[in-house]
Ligand binder design. Structure first.
Ligand SMILES: Nc1ncnc2c1ncn2[C@@H]1O[C@H](COP(=O)(O)OP(=O)(O)OP(=O)(O)O)[C@@H](O)[C@H]1O
Length: 269
């Protein structure tokens, strides 16, 4: 994506269809989608065709999703653009899988690693190439569960509830959220792993390990070269909005969309 493109089309939509999982195969489920070769198009049933910016069929690997849809956003961040990646779709459709929401260090070199660990790796590789700049990196990780916002990086046992306030000058603010300064990729990935390990998990009819919450992993990158300049990069892992959670989610989304410059929606099926 060139800078010009990013200004004209700040929002892009990727469709990702996961392969059938063993339970679905055992139940005799069949896919009702057809993918048009070399076109970002999907056909539902026999006649309803939909076109997106990107379409990833069930054979698409994590690396392809990352290099095609996410990588252009990373090029942008080092040029001073904010970015958001938002995954949405019904329970069990693959949001957590696509984003890396169950990442553990045991997965480190596995092709199944999702978006966030790949982004972390790339950010630190790019940082190393820019010896003329100073960087300051920080992360936060929260989940919204039953209208409560929980700090996934808080070390205290009784995690304090986080509140959303509206500041007349700065707009929507998330107050009290832990922001960890990090200096290396393993340290940042460690924060993801820590947050993933304390997320609220339950089961639904369609997903035995359903996340049951919305989660937002945020990376803030400040870059200084000569005169002061700072850029920030934001990630959202977004989960299906159930009515009681709508208020918090909308407030947080408006907080991020105020700074929207590059935005990728990954719709999973
Ligand atoms: N592209 C994929 N390739 C292989 N398996 C996948 C893929 N996407 C998802 N899965 C598998 O499908 C199942 C459900 O995925 P996942 O937990 O990511 O769904 P989800 O959308 O996050 O659901 P929920 O909203 O309930 O948390 C998991 O077992 C996951 O490993």
């Amino acid at each position: 994506m060139t800078n010009e493109d990013a200004k004209v089309i700040p929002v892009r939509v990727a469709l990702r269809c996961r392969p059938l999982v063993p339970k679905e195969i055992n139940e005799g489920c069949q896919s009702c989608l057809t993918f048009v070769p070399n076109e970002p198009q999907v056909i539902v049933g026999t006649e309803k065709a939909f076109t997106y910016d990107y379409v990833f069929d069930p054979t698409s690997e994590q690396e392809e999703v990352f290099s095609t849809a996410i990588s252009p956003l990373l090029n942008g961040i080092f040029k001073g653009y904010h970015a958001t990646v938002l995954a949405y779709g019904q329970t069990g459709s693959g949001k957590t899988y696509s984003m890396g929401g169950t990442y553990t260090s045991a997965q480190e070199n596995d092709p199944s690693v999702g978006v966030i660990p790949r982004v972390i790796r790339r950010i630190f590789e790019e940082k190393e190439k820019r010896a003329d700049s100073e960087f300051c990196l920080a992360v936060s990780y929260l989940e919204i569960y039953n209208e409560d916002i929980l700090d996934l990086l808080s070390s205290s046992k009784d995690k304090p509830a986080i509140s959303i306030r509206e500041d007349p000058k700065e707009g929507i603010k998330i107050v009290g959220l832990t922001e960890r300064q990090v200096v290396s990729a393993p340290e940042m990935v460690g924060c993801l792993e820590l947050g993933n390990s304390v997320r609220t998990v339950g089961s639904t009819a369609m997903n035995a390990a359903s996340s049951r919450s919305h989660a937002i992993f945020t990376i803030t990158l400040e870059q200084r070269r000569g005169s002061d300049k700072s850029d920030s990069f934001t990630f959202l892992l977004y989960f299906p909005c159930r009515a009681p959670q709508r208020k918090s989610v909308l407030s947080i989304c408006s907080h991020y969309s105020a700074e929207l410059e590059q935005h990728l929606h990954i719709r999973v099926l």
